[in-house]
Design a protein around this ligand. Sequence first.
Ligand SMILES: [Zn+2]
Ligand SMILES: [Zn+2]
Ligand SMILES: [Zn+2]
Length: 378
Amino acid sequence: HYLCVEQWRCRSNHPTARNGLNCETCEGVYTLPPPPSRPVGQTHDDWEAMPPHVLAALRRPHITWQVVAAIVRRRWLRPLAPVIISPIVALYCRARRLLKKRGVSRRRWACSLCRRRARWKCVRCLRSYYCSRQCQNVSWHIVHKHVCYKPARFWWSVVVYGVTTIACFPGIFKDPFIYDLGVLSLLASFTITGIIGGGVAQCLKKFNGVDIRGRALEAIVVLSTLLLAWITWGLVWAFFGESNQCLGVNFLFSSRSDINQKPHVGIHLTTLHSLFFRPAKVLISMLDKMLFKTGPHITKIICSNNTEITENDACLRMARNANPDFFLSDTDGPKCTADLNLVTAVWFTASAVLVSGQLFKRRERERRAAGRHRPHQD
Ligand SMILES: [Zn+2]
Ligand SMILES: [Zn+2]
Ligand SMILES: [Zn+2]
């Protein structure tokens, strides 16, 4: 008694089926009506078959979809589009997964076409999410086939982004180590702010029942990451001799007190000074001495070519300029001290949140284990 839902008639050739309008077993007429005849001029059969949410999404697409579609619509941009877009998408996915783990983001992904809740993703790139087959189909033919990640294009992305980075930061060849430290400080700041944001969100959810996870919290976390990384990078520059790079963030917090007033150098800073800055300086000097012993040819290439090299002089410019006492100086010392105070406070808060979160989790686990073992003992 099967009936084709699409054609409203049976495809059987059996004589009792009577051209498909009767059931071939019981010879009864199917109760379903025949399809309405189509208007003469209309040929958009596929569009007729689209579910309403796809049609609505196509009439008013989401802004990211519009942007990517506009890029892909230019024929000459098509080979370039995946090269440019796929690293951004990969970075975004990775950052969001990390924030999800920390409890900053919500668990859900939106369909990249219609923004409903997504349950599937493209198995080729694993980075494009869809609510349904129709959405994926439409998205594939209009946009996604042009930007779906192709492994062969990875090195083109590396080339394009490498050239852009060198063009934007010309100092990267002069002080590569400092720029590495800048990237490291960006990653560390992201981890730190993620921990703090997740801790705040979990606390609010646990004790107040308010769920603040989502886009707004993500934006706050990202912005504070950038701010923290900026301050940290200024401190890195200050450590390597350019203490005018310190931002001096104390004006944000103490508007009443005079900016020129010298902030208090607390015990945490003296500890940091003797446990971290001085050993770092010693370590850099040791590495520098090792570079001297490699031989005259390599030394000539690597070392900054100052006049003649004396015994006390250092090979690398950064080793010569490294100054563990940068926040104690008179000119830019107060600004650097304020920055250091802020950064250490943030790091301390993050570690406190991490430790308390671990303790809380352990206590929960113990309570659950105790609850499980109570019955069924005999
Ligand atoms: Zn049939
Ligand atoms: Zn969808
Ligand atoms: Zn894909």
